[in-house]
Write a protein that binds this ligand. Structure first.
Ligand code: NAD
Length: 374
């Protein structure tokens, strides 16, 4: 596990996924056997790795990636490093014959991401990319509605994602500073469009075209050492996506917006028969039979409490942490050959949408998104 001292690597992948699996006694493979994940923590800083290993009672850690990859007892390489370091390390892992699972975006360019997918296929290894949003309770409920035919014909999807990320001067920033420097692989398009690609594709239809307007609303920020730096990357993106099947999605992504929503991301889906608003955890619906008939009249105060007219979709099940749920599927894919579709090819589609989104913003025009042939 490379990059486990980082936010995602530590909290989501190590603690909430693999260590949680160990707390549960391992992964029950359903045939009387149990898979026991034995992480090897890999990184650049010896003291940080040692401290992490000690804190969690783990035996294996190393600052020498090549040596770990040369160890034949190790089966899977996982990468949650900064994006700019991913391609080189994943290539080494593929060359060493390891199965690969990694964070998104899988590369810094489409060409790089496609190359990884091709190399992985040619090597015959199993490979995957994190697509955690698909496993969130709110989106699982939304998928249930889509698959149950609740919406009729889906017309549009409106997404709002974002929150205020502090500049770092009078209050420290709650995201790493590399996210705000284009030269270090930062930017909200590169960060979030890969997520929007798979969410839209899996729930509503493949993205056929993209039109984006980006901005760097906050041009100066302060880093982890309290030093000012120029924010060279986009911190907001206003995107419109045409989907196969005819629906239109519009998603605002911003680190310079204050939250006046129930959740940090929300998607409103409108269809001929009903509508839904889904967040990370919750999902509310309004059927056409319960749709009010407002009449536009600015001379009168609002006569109805519109937000109270929606109905909560029940959980009807237990939802695990999304990262852990996807880890379990990947481990089953590796050892049992269980079905799996979130591979490096899917990762490359996310990078493609980010790259074309940035191109659209730079050129001020709508851009077709061709189907990737790998
Ligand atoms: N799936 C998601 O929802 C999600 C959310 C946030 C981030 N991410 C992705 O996860 C990856 C890590 O993001 P993060 O927010 O955890 O970042 P982070 O800065 O907290 O962690 C980065 C990790 O990479 C290591 N690293 C290796 N080479 C480095 C270098 N040259 N400079 C700095 N750090 C280096 C760091 O030591 C650290 O362990 C990114 O690719 C990001 O796009 C995914």
């Amino acid at each position: 596990m490379n990059g486990v001292t980082g936010r995602m690597g530590y909290r989501q992948h190590l603690v909430r996924s693999l260590l949680r699996l160990r707390e549960e006694g391992g992964l029950d493979l359903g045939d009387g056997t149990t898979l026991w994940p034995e992480p090897v923590l890999v990184g650049r800083r010896e003291h940080a790795l040692r401290a992490l290993a000690e804190r969690h009672g783990l035996e294996h850690w190393s600052t020498d990636l090549d040596a770990v990859l040369a160890d034949p007892s190790i089966e899977i390489y996982f990468d949650a490093q900064v994006t700019s370091a991913r391609e080189e390390a994943v290539k080494k892992a593929i060359a060493a014959g390891k199965h690969v699972y990694c964070e998104k975006p899988t590369g810094t360019t489409l060409a790089g991401a496609v190359e990884l997918a091709r190399l992985a296929d040619a090597a015959g290894i199993k490979h995957g990319v994190v697509q955690d949003k698909l496993f969130l309770p709110g989106l699982l409920k939304l998928r249930r509605l889509v698959e149950g035919g609740f919406f009729g014909r889906i017309l549009s999807v409106r997404g709002e994602f974002g929150y205020w990320v502090f500049e770092g001067d009078w209050q420290s920033a709650q995201r790493p500073s590399w996210n705000y420097r284009a030269q270090d692989g930062g930017g909200i398009v590169v960060d979030m469009f890969p997520h929007w690609e798979y969410v839209l594709h899996e729930l509503f239809g493949r993205v056929r075209s993209v039109q984006a307007l980006t901005a760097t609303h906050i041009p100066q920020r302060w880093d982890e050492q309290g030093k000012p730096y120029d924010a060279t990357a986009d911190d907001a993106a206003y995107g419109i996506f045409e989907l196969e099947g005819g629906a239109i999605a519009q998603i605002n992504s911003s680190w310079a917006v204050r939250v006046n929503r129930d959740e940090l991301v929300e998607f409103q889906v409108d269809g001929t028969h009903g509508s839904a608003v889904a967040g990370l955890r919750n999902c509310r619906v309004q059927h056409r039979s319960a749709t009010p008939k407002p009449v536009w009249n600015p001379d009168l105060p609002a006569t109805e409490a519109f937000r109270s007219q929606w109905q909560e979709v029940p959980d009807n099940g237990e939802f695990d942490n999304g990262f852990k749920a996807q880890w379990e599927l990947f481990l089953r894919h590796v050892v049992l050959d269980a079905p799996w579709r979130w591979d490096l090819g899917a990762g490359a589609r996310g990078v493609q949408l980010a790259e074309l989104g940035l191109k659209s913003a730079a050129e001020g025009r709508r851009i077709e998104v061709p189907e990737l042939s790998l």
